[in-house]
Design a protein around this ligand. Sequence first.
Ligand SMILES: [Zn+2]
Length: 158
Amino acid sequence: MAQTSNTDPYNYTMTFDLNRVQNATDIAIARTMMHESIHAYLFSVFALNDSIYEADFPLAWAKFLEDPNKDFSTDEGLHHEQMAQSYVDALKFGLIDIYGVSDYKNEEYWENIALGGLIETAWFDTTSVYSSTRKRTIKDQNSYEDTNHEYSRGSLCN
Ligand SMILES: [Zn+2]
């Protein structure tokens, strides 16, 4: 639905696919904006300096030790692994801050939506954190929001 690029040092551009935005619910758009904001943040902190990796980004630190010359700021796969490790709860609670929790939109639902940007990643395919049944639900619920399906829990933006 969107991508974030590092246009100049410390300048980031989020580009949204208008057709997909027009056919997605507010929930899918909010999820995507948060996901892309984390990309921009990781672009920024990974470009800043290497010393922060060890304390705050152990995954990036391990990769840095393997290959100090690699540019982690643009490594989308690493961004996604770091998001899976560190930002699923932040995104989930960010969505809860906006939409609240109800029977219909409980914490599990918001966690499923928070994982939406990670569905197409190698991490999602291989993680054992979620059962295959839960992964199916995560894919379905995000797809519903992406397409304003009758089972979606959000609504189209005007
Ligand atoms: Zn991403």
